[in-house]
Design a protein around this ligand. Structure first.
Ligand code: MG
Length: 227
């Protein structure tokens, strides 16, 4: 019996990945760090600090200091806000999915690696009545972040449900790995440029091409035995 749906935020509820990728790319290349757009789609779900460490190690052979990570993440977050012009775009179909989940009487919980306050502040505007701010797991709550199971385990704890009473909706390979490692049935929504195969290999149980496609099939997903 499903009682809660745990939603990733970027690339699931918001069509924010192109701006994240551009903000990361510009920030990192201004520091002489090598990275490609695909890197940021593959790193999606990691905390910003973890992403910075990986890229520093790859380019300079050592991680970044706490101070550098803080400063660089702030630079990236500031650039992201400029690109979104304080007007984040909800993902087409996301509100339909949420309304159906609400109508089924299931809890809705956000589990994100993001620390982007500019999006958290807009949730109630774009998805009124859908989320409880006390039932969110963000970059500020976790120590390890995705792909570690920690964020989704915390999401289960906040929902008060067991792994087999929850479903996760994710768009990123590392997010899928985190959810699967937490023992939760995982729906992948491939809203970015990566191949479906990468999400399948990460362990996704079902893959849809958009939130609209998920909205149109959600009864089928949640009413038949999932395993
Ligand atoms: Mg995502």
């Amino acid at each position: 019996m499903i009682k809660a749906v745990l939603f990733d935020m970027d690339g699931v509820l918001y069509d924010s990945m192109p701006s994240h990728v551009r903000a990361w790319n510009e920030t990192m290349s201004s520091l002489g760090v090598n990275a490609s757009e695909e890197d940021f789609y593959m790193f999606e779900g990691r905390t910003g600090h973890s992403t910075i460490d990986i890229l520093f190690n790859r380019t300079f052979g050592h991680g970044a200091t706490q101070e550098e990570k803080k400063r660089i993440y702030e630079q990236k977050a500031k650039r992201f806000i400029e690109l979104e012009s304080a007007d984040p775009k909800p993902m087409p179909g996301a509100f339909e999915v949420l309304k159906k989940v609400y109508a089924m009487g299931l809890q809705r919980v956000i589990v994100t690696g993001s620390g982007q306050a500019s999006l958290f502040d807009k949730l109630d505007l774009h998805f009124p009545g859908m989320f409880d701010k006390n039932k969110m797991v963000t970059a500020y709550d976790v120590q390890y972040g995705k792909p570690h199971p920690e964020p989704y385990l915390m999401g289960l704890e906040k929902s008060g449900v067991m792994p087999d009473e929850a479903v996760v909706v994710e768009n990123a390979p590392l997010g899928v790995m985190s959810a699967v490692a937490a023992g939760i049935f995982t729906i992948a929504v491939n809203t970015g440029p990566l191949k479906d195969r990468i999400l399948k290999d990460a362990g996704a149980n079902i893959i849809f091409s958009s939130m609209t496609e998920l909205a149109n099939n959600i009864e089928r997903c949640f009413t038949r035995p999932l395993r």
